[in-house]
Design a protein around this ligand. Structure first.
Ligand code: LLP
Length: 404
């Protein structure tokens, strides 16, 4: 049985901490990491948690305690990772479109770096030559992922160095005597199809002879997790088996050993998260019944930004018959979470829970409409802890400079 929090536990937390509130279940993260380790036990693999999904320092510390490494997308995430106690060799900075000064800072901090532009690669070569190993992020021209906004490997994507520029990469590597320790390809988020990862592996296979010092092949993140009832995610055991096969083939073909690196975000933290809201207003409009909750895209933007589906349940009235509701927020914009969604009878004051709220939920939140960002609670060993307090009015003014 999969690890989850019961309605009773969620109601207790809402009673104690108020709503809206994000709740994270540490043991679910542990379970997900266990699935990865089990699936890849037959091949040398390193997992780097894509911390952009959720950076609360307690989550980072929990993930470190599991023996997982960490992937960062900004220098501040690198600093948070180090603050959480990760050793620098277990920190990866996969940069994109950043100023070279940030890469210099990452080198000073001693973390692993993947570079995604020819211009930064050239600056890197000029400054560090062969003295600091570096990975190259490539763009493979593969369309994959759950939505165009979260597809990063296609031919119109800004990410990575286009693979057709391989000649220029190789010329640079030679000219600056670069130490290329890894190749990196992340094609997108919510990739169900194992074959997509295998296409990437094939690309790596052909590239290996060009880079004699390679040690890792980084296939990025993007494992799909189920969001809808009955949906299945990426077949991780199958992926583990196929990656092991590729690494073996590489060994046989080139007499060299490689590590596979992965950067899972959603896989580790999506399902651990619950977002509890409360219904402020019920409104009948023709055939539509609106359930207006005390939240909006300021707290959970995924439905509006990516048309993402989040399961919603009424934990105040779970056994009542289901009716279709259009769940909306209280932001002064159209902020529809779900349209005509069957939910057990909803009344004002009821609590609606959004599932799969751990990844890119709180993290993409804002203070739009001068609303407070929600509290965050961690459940670990059966105990709940406040790990992020709800904003207060002072927070809204904190960085403002009153000159008038
Ligand atoms: N590695 C790199 C280089 C990435 O850009 C990403 C995600 C990941 C790993 C982790 O991907 P994951 O395993 O979480 O799918 N905010 C969007 C997702 C954006 C993903 C950005 N990059 C969403 O809520 O769907």
């Amino acid at each position: 049985m999969s690890t989850s929090l019961s309605n009773e536990q969620l109601n207790q937390i809402a009673n104690e901490y108020g709503t809206p509130v994000y709740v994270y279940h540490a043991e679910k993260i542990t379970e997900q990491f266990g699935k990865l380790k089990q699936a890849f036990h037959q091949c040398p693999t390193r997992f780097f948690y894509a911390s952009k999904a959720l950076t609360n320092i307690n989550i980072l510390k929990h993930i470190r305690s599991l023996g997982c490494n960490i992937d960062c997308s900004s220098i501040n995430e690198v600093k948070l990772a180090l603050h959480a106690g990760f050793d620098r060799e277990n920190v990866l900075y996969t940069s994109n479109g950043i100023a070279f000064s940030e890469i210099e800072e990452a080198v000073t901090l001693g973390v692993n770096v993947n570079i995604d532009s020819l211009s930064n690669l050239e600056k890197f070569g000029k400054k560090y030559g062969h003295s600091y190993p570096v990975g190259i992020r490539l763009r493979p021209n593969i369309m994959a992922g759950g939505n165009l906004k979260i597809s990063t490997g296609h031919e119109k994507s800004k990410f990575g160095i286009p693979i057709e520029q391989l000649d220029q990469i190789l010329a640079l590597v030679e000219k600056e005597n670069l130490f290329i320790a890894g190749l990196h390809i992340h094609t997108g988020s919510e990739i169900k199809d194992v074959e997509v990862f295998m296409k990437v592996a094939d690309i790596f296979f052909d590239l290996v002879p060009h880079f004699p010092e390679l040690c890792f092949l980084d296939l990025g993140g993007g494992f799909k997790v189920p969001y809808k009832e009955g949906e299945t995610g990426t077949d991780v055991p199958l992926l583990g088996q196929k990656v092991a096969e590729v690494l073996n083939r590489l060994k046989q073909t080139y007499q060299r050993e490689f590590e596979a690196w992965f950067e899972p975000g959603k896989f580790l933290v999506s399902e651990c998260g619950y977002f509890i809201t409360e219904v402020n207003v019920m409104k009948q409009n023709g055939n539509t019944v609106f359930a207006g909750v005390n939240s909006g895209f300021n707290h959970l933007i995924r439905p509006m930004f990516y048309e993402a589906y989040h399961r919603i349940e009424n934990i105040s009235n779970p056994d009542a018959p289901r009716h279709p509701y259009t769940v909306v927020g209280n932001i002064c914009e159209t902020d529809t979470f779900a349209t005509d969604r069957p939910i057990s009878e909803v009344r004002e004051g009821d609590r609606l829970v959004f599932y799969n709220a751990g990844a890119y939920g709180f993290e993409m939140g804002s203070n739009y409409n001068s609303r407070f960002r929600p509290a965050q609670v961690l459940v670990i060993n059966g105990q709940s802890h406040l790990i992020g307090r709800r904003d207060t009015f002072e927070d809204l003014l904190r960085n403002q400079v009153e000159v008038l």
